[in-house]
Design a protein around this ligand. Structure first.
Ligand SMILES: Nc1nc2c(c(=O)[nH]1)N[C@H]1C(S)=C(S)[C@@H](COP(=O)(O)OP(=O)(O)OC[C@H]3O[C@@H](n4cnc5c(N)ncnc54)[C@H](O)[C@@H]3O)O[C@H]1N2
Ligand code: MOO
Ligand SMILES: [Mg+2]
Length: 421
């Protein structure tokens, strides 16, 4: 008799998976390799930035007190006693009516407290000495970049779990992180199952299709921040699949399979989970696509049985696997980021199950708008290319109309959301 599967809600399914989440492992990589990784520790300022008061302009470092009487009708003259560029420190201390010619980025000399831009100073030379004069007064601190104005030593600047973007690269360098503590990339093993599968380079044959899911999920795994270990494609044969899968489990942080999870005669994953003595957390979720998504665990290690249908496989990964990966990357918001957007199409049919519609999200006149990126069926490949979001149409709703606000999940975001959404 065919086994009867009872669908569980998405919230319950996510919670069951997240019970087996693991925190990440710290590893250190060279800053040259850290772009695109996730910080495993908070980023702390190891010094003030700037580390000294400095000139933000090419000009003259002055004592503002000497400029009080300067005006258009009363230019005040100063002696130029030194000349420094960025990287050099003047050994001289300013006395009354003395200035130092200073370039952008150089440390403010002792006794100076303001900078006059080159354009506002008249320069001259007499008896081998340099002079400059100005026709306005300055306040203490005028045109100075102050020590610590950008960051103070000890400030916690970026939380752990943050995606390292170009700006964070600049911070890491500023604070001397030659080696960066990043989250070790979880290793995700991947098998594609299906006797119908051809290699990408193979010509089509009757009844066969090219294995597109592997390449899709490999990219999803990398986008989520993990490392793929592609273990190959397997024919729908119990012993072959069991042998291959059981052998690989110890060597990966989690194992993904695509295909073979429904109730068909050649859907072998249910038997393989039994043979592995794995606990099936669920094998039916009240959602479309991806209702057959199955997750099992063996000795605490998660086995994601994603559907073979491409759109179902894609959605199952993003909802259930991604948060496990992001948790291992130290994120405290590991789930897809949820936002609101204005629907640009009609969904007249009622939704008995929650639907995750592969969609194109864009900004129009300052508002987020969203529309499906193609056909909304589980077996569809083409709608995935234009998808940067899912529209969520909750189960039990009667239909949605253009102009209504809907929830969307962002696929290309690095911030994420907490659970529940
Ligand atoms: N009697 C029932 N039949 C089906 C049910 C059901 O509840 N009762 N569920 C349907 C739903 S919903 C889905 S989704 C699919 C899920 O099937 P499986 O996850 O078991 O996947 P397969 O049967 O192996 O393949 C389904 C489909 O996808 C193609 N496929 C598989 N692997 C790949 C790949 N690597 N790249 C591209 N395409 C792939 C495969 O050729 C099939 O066409 O079951 C329904 N049936
Ligand atoms: O799992 Mo199926 O994708 O619900 O169509
Ligand atoms: Mg099947």
């Amino acid at each position: 008799m065919l086994e009867k599967r009872t669908p569980i809600g998405i919230g319950e399914a996510v919670s069951k998976v997240m019970k087996y989440k693991q925190t990440g492992i710290v590893e250190h990589v060279s800053i040259n390799e850290s772009y695109g990784r996730y910080l495993a520790e908070e980023l702390v300022a190891t010094n003030h930035v700037p580390p000294f008061d400095k000139a933000p302009y090419d000009g003259f470092a002055i004592r503002s007190i000497d400029t009080k009487e300067a005006s258009l009708s009363n230019p005040v003259e100063f002696e130029v006693i030194d000349h420094i560029g960025a990287g050099l420190v003047s050994l001289k201390k300013l006395g009354p009516f003395q200035v130092i010619r200073i370039m952008t980025g150089a440390q403010m000399p002792e006794g100076s407290d303001a900078v006059v831009m080159l354009e506002l100073a008249q320069t001259s030379e007499r008896d081998g000495k340099q002079y400059m004069s100005i026709k306005r007064s300055y306040n203490s601190g005028d045109n100075v970049s102050f020590c610590g104005e950008d960051a103070r030593e000890g400030d916690v600047l970026v939380p752990k779990g943050t995606f390292i973007n170009p700006g964070i690269q600049a911070m890491l360098a500023t604070f001397g992180y030659a080696q960066v503590p990043v989250a070790r990339k979880p290793v995700v093993g991947l098998f594609a199952t299906g006797t119908e599968l051809l290699e990408v380079g193979d010509p089509l044959e009757p009844g066969k299709i090219r294995n597109s899911n592997s390449h899709m999920i490999m990219a999803q795994i990398e986008r989520a921040g993990a490392e793929v270990q592609f273990l190959g494609k397997l024919p729908d044969e119990l012993e072959t699949c069991y042998e291959a899968i059981s052998k690989c489990i110890p060597h990966v942080d989690m194992l993904l399979t695509t295909g073979g999870v429904s109730v068909g005669d050649f859907d072998l994953l249910p038997d393989i989970y039994k043979k592995l003595d794995a606990e099936v957390l669920f094998n039916k979720v009240a959602m479309r696509p991806g209702s057959v998504t199955t997750v099992a665990q063996v000795n605490g290690k998660l086995l994601f049985g994603l559907s073979g249908n491409p759109s179902a496989c894609y959605v199952g990964f993003e909802l259930f696997t991604r948060p496990i990966i992001r948790t291992m990357l130290f994120s405290d918001k590991p789930h897809l980021r949820k936002e609101k957007a204005i629907l640009q199409t009609n969904f007249p049919k009622a939704n008995p199950f929650a639907r995750f519609v592969r969609s194109a999200l864009s900004v129009e006149n300052g508002r987020l708008v969203v529309e499906p990126s193609g056909m909304d069926k589980s077996n569809i490949v083409m709608s995935l290319a234009g998808a940067n979001a899912f529209i969520i149409l909750p189960g039990g709703t009667r239909g949605f109309h253009s102009g209504e606000e809907v929830d969307v999940l962002l696929l290309e975001d690095t911030l994420g959301s907490v659970w529940p959404w």
